[in-house]
Design a protein around this ligand. Structure first.
Ligand SMILES: N[C@@H](CCC(=O)N[C@@H](CS)C(=O)NCC(=O)O)C(=O)O
Length: 214
């Protein structure tokens, strides 16, 4: 393997800034102390300009030397293989990290993103997915009431992905889940998250300045 390059968009509108999923990769690298560079694909034509590297025209994707990987979950798991800071090395710790990574993406984000989409597209917070999202988040609240981190009593990439899914403003503001809120606060207080977040905002602010000077 070789140098790590995280790929994101060269610019995005203000709305998604701080939430573009390259943040997951930045955060993982920062936690693990892995050196990386950030490169971009043009926002203009983003849906078709890099289909050879991300088949849905999305970001992020990752290069590890010549190896190319898309899907933020897969990228973060690839990074986790490089550092025990991101995933325990014992079989149970590793299996449970994987379990909660899939759970974050396939049981929580799979519901929260469509719920959020219906909400912002005019159907309001009380839309067809509200019961489903409430039930998932209530069960997760119970889990987070009983533990500080999801796996092995320590921070792993499972927490990174779960917290990133849960920190979406509308999800955070929906319902009353004190343990979940404390979990999100705990994760996003971490210096590695703060650095990744600030770097993403700075990246897009620099792009604004460049566009303004054209
Ligand atoms: N499942 C993908 C989702 C990636 C994704 O939704 N990326 C957004 C930016 S955060 C994007 O490229 N959106 C444009 C689109 O979906 O067309 C992953 O986790 O990598």
């Amino acid at each position: 393997m070789g140098e790590l390059t995280l790929w994101t968009a060269d610019w995005v509108p203000k709305g998604p800034r701080g939430f573009v999923r390259d943040l997951r990769l930045r955060w993982a690298c920062e936690e693990a102390g892995l050196a990386y560079t950030v490169r971009t694909v043009p926002f203009e034509g983003i849906h078709t300009n890099h289909l050879d590297r991300q088949p849905y025209g999305q970001v992020p994707f990752l290069n590890d030397g010549d190896l190319e990987i898309f899907e933020s979950g897969a990228c973060v798991l690839h990074l986790a293989k490089k550092s025990e800071k991101l995933m325990p090395r014992d079989p149970a710790g590793e299996a449970h990290t994987l379990q909660w990574v899939i759970s974050a993406l396939n049981s929580i984000e799979m519901v929260t993103v469509p719920w959020w989409f219906l909400k912002v597209s005019g159907q309001g917070a009380d839309n067809g997915l509200t019961g489903w999202v409430s039930s998932r988040l209530a069960h997760l609240e119970q889990v987070l009431t009983e533990r500080e981190w999801l796996v092995a009593g320590r921070f792993t990439v499972a927490d990174l992905l779960m917290a990133d899914v849960l920190r979406v403003r509308d999800v955070r503001a929906f319902g009353h889940r004190p343990a979940t809120e404390a979990f999100v606060a705990r994760a996003t207080e971490r210096p590695a998250f703060k650095k990744a977040y600030a770097d993403q905002l700075a990246h897009f602010a620099a792009a604004d300045a460049k566009r303004a000077s054209r």
